[in-house]
Design a protein around this ligand. Sequence first.
Ligand SMILES: [Mg+2]
Length: 122
Amino acid sequence: MGNVTIDLDKLRERLARKQTIELEDIDLLFGLLDGRILPSAALASVLQERERQDAKWGEQNNDPFTYITVLVEEVGELAQAALHTKFGGPAAAGLRDEAVHTAAVALAIVECLDRGKWRWPE
Ligand SMILES: [Mg+2]
């Protein structure tokens, strides 16, 4: 999958203004989505984050303990953002991003388990 950035609200607005949808609109949508159906901006953000992670780290086949550590690190960043949102602090601005990171790591764990390539370290 290539990197795809879609402003879903703008796309919905554009389609809503039309009385009919042309075949070329459908081609455009499928081209933009690369064959994926994205029911929400939230899911689009999580998939984009997964693509970013894969581009940065490559395919990861960590054992479950290693992955739990990575997930808890992201949960910690989410907790800090939540605290800063409530009580003030610079991490407040990253609340949604940290939620996306957390969901993307959880998704990466499922993908890793489905590949079945991970092994416990010797
Ligand atoms: Mg993070």
